[in-house]
Design a protein around this ligand. Structure first.
Ligand code: 3HC
Length: 288
């Protein structure tokens, strides 16, 4: 298989990452089917698309024909069978829970055509953790986008020991077709490159806030002004999701049992209150 054989992409999960990954693929000319178990998430994703594309046209950032093509390319369905049944490439962007991902990969293996590549957009989980739920481990890899996926240029492609060269190459080529810069990691490591570096920064930021050394706002001001990051760690966690940070932290802690991997008290407090960041309009900051 090569990248030219990809005509239809299935994106699983209409959340923070999935809906934007889907639009990236549709803008690159692929037929895209987005699927989610939640009809509400699908409706939200569709509403986003119907607002975003005309807005880009109005801003002069996109031609009307491009927007029309992307809209025509996109479909939304709660049926995994309908979405993945004739897909050439699947990008799983579901919730970061191992049991759910393993079940999904087992289902996908049954539903998707035998030639289809099954990639996970997981933020931390290496694909060997899900590849063995399928009969096609050589066609399983990580394809990791960054939030907001429509803007961020990087895609990390991780080739596990089970992943074939062909799968890794097709995935790198697909990233290029989407206008992204791919980096290929030839060894698996939990969290890959970017999220490992980010986790170190975030852990320290949480520690400083938990200790009362500075408030989240002050820490964000410090980081943006001194390090030139576009957003400080707390505003960024609000963007990527406090729920995601919590699930990932718990998953990691369960693996390592290292206390420094445990979600910090401040993060747990926000998670418990259901304050997940931008998506719930309240996190470390409040949003209109
Ligand atoms: N969705 C789509 N497009 C968006 C967007 C969103 N949520 N937010 C901003 N944009 C677009 C705007 O439309 C604008 O596009 P244009 O210049 O072509 O018109 C452009 O981005 C700049 O937007 P703004 O001027 O409104 O705002 P900023 O200049 O402050 O940029 C930002 C916003 C791009 C989010 C910038 O603050 C940024 O780069 N932040 C850091 C993001 C980051 O670090 N992401 C990685 C997170 S880690 C991760 O994703 C790991 C994963 O596993 C969860």
């Amino acid at each position: 298989m090569n990248v030219e054989d990809i005509k239809k992409i299935c994106v699983i999960g209409a959340g923070n990452m999935g809906h934007q990954i889907a639009v990236c693929c549709a803008l690159a000319g692929y037929r895209v089917s987005v699927t989610d178990i939640s009809q509400e998430m699908l409706d939200k994703a569709e509403a986003f698309v119907k607002g975003y594309l005309p807005e880009r046209v109005a801003k002069g950032k996109m031609k009307q024909e491009q927007a029309d093509m992307a809209l025509a390319n996109l479909s939304f369905t709660a049926s995994l069978e309908e979405s993945a049944g004739d897909a050439d490439y699947v990008i799983e962007a579901a919730v970061e829970k191992m049991n759910i991902k393993r079940k999904l990969f087992a289902d996908l293996d049954r539903i998707a055509p035998p030639h289809a590549i099954l990639a996970t957009n997981s933020s931390f989980i290496v694909s060997s953790e899900v590849a063995d739920a399928t009969m096609r481990p050589e066609k399983v890899c990580n394809m990791h986008f960054f939030n907001p996926a429509l803007v961020m240029k990087l895609v990390e492609v991780v080739q596990g020991p089970h992943t074939s060269m062909e799968t890794a190459q097709v995935t790198m080529d697909l990233a290029a077709k989407l206008g992204k810069n791919g980096v290929l990691l030839k060894k698996e490591i939990y969290g890959f490159v970017v999220n490992r570096i980010l986790a170190a920064l975030n852990n320290e930021a949480m520690f400083l806030a938990d200790m009362g050394i500075a408030t989240p706002e002050e820490i964000d001001i410090a980081v943006t002004n001194a390090l030139g990051h576009p957003m400080g760690p707390f505003r960024l966690i609000d963007l990527t999701g406090i729920d995601l940070a919590y699930y990932v932290g718990m998953e990691r802690y369960q693996n390592t049992r290292d206390p420094k991997d445990k979600p910090s008290p401040l993060l747990v407090e926000k998670f418990t209150k259901g304050e997940y960041g931008i998506k719930t309009k309240k996190g470390f900051y409040t949003y209109e």
